[in-house]
Design a binder for this molecule. Structure first.
Ligand code: ATP
Length: 209
């Protein structure tokens, strides 16, 4: 699945939830170096769309293509290239910050050294919190652990549900610089946010009603 250019395409996507039509005939394309920001009021279907794009939920109609191929047909190859940061952050409450990171990396088959781990923790502002159990972290600190996982993942496509939530001003700047770096390395991002995303270029918006 690495053969063709990294592009995420939605073709005729429809989503029905609890007998309500959230959206239909949604068509768009995101390519390397671009951020697609999905906007819309509460309940308009932003998270539902992200879950479809991440291959977690099938659409009721239409298809999602990654590198020109339907993600449902090439699931393992697609999942190896995508990182999804959802509302449920997926941290183990009893494990420390460092243990959570080591676990996520091992599960994803990403190699690391004590030095690279320490460097990432410094980048996300968690130096000195390595041994704190996740349950004792603040909401913003938990969000920072998931940012560390994101940086360490080799995923080409980042799908981020409200990545700025719970973060302070420095945290927001951190996410913006991570986005810039990811785009400069040929990455793609799809995110939801109720706030203005400040990146240099490549920002495309999609509004759900
Ligand atoms: N698994 C589900 N089963 C039934 N209904 C669902 C399910 N997931 C979402 N919904 C419904 O679909 C609608 C859209 O939800 P969704 O979370 O996609 O909206 P959103 O735009 O992300 O909202 P917010 O801005 O509040 O995060 C809501 O009315 C929600 O109750």
């Amino acid at each position: 699945m690495n053969g063709s250019a990294p592009t995420l395409q939605a073709r005729g996507l429809e989503c029905v939830r609890s007998d309500s039509l959230l959206f239909s005939d949604l068509n768009f394309s995101v390519k390397a170096g671009q951020v697609l920001q999905i906007e819309g009021p509460n309940g308009s279907g932003k998270t539902s769309l992200l879950r479809i794009l991440a291959g977690l939920t099938p659409p009721s109609e239409g298809e999602v293509l990654w590198r020109g191929e339907n993600i449902a047909r090439r699931r393992p190859a697609f999942l190896s290239e995508v990182a999804y940061l959802g509302h449920q952050l997926g941290l183990k409450a009893e494990l420390s910050v460092e243990e959570n990171l080591r676990l996520a990396l091992a599960l994803n088959g990403v190699s690391f050294t004590p030095e690279s781990l320490a460097e990432i923790l410094r980048t996300v502002g968690l130096t000195g919190r390595e041994d704190v159990p996740a349950r004792a972290l603040s909401a913003g600190q938990r969000q920072r652990v998931t940012l560390a996982r994101l940086i360490l993942s080799a995923a080409k496509l980042w799908i981020l549900d409200e990545p700025f939530t719970a973060l302070d001003i420095n945290g927001v700047s951190l996410v913006e610089s991570l986005l810039e770096a990811h785009l400069n390395h040929g990455g793609l991002v799809v995110l939801t946010s109720h706030q203005t995303v400040r990146i240099g270029g490549g920002l495309v918006k999609l509004a759900l009603a």
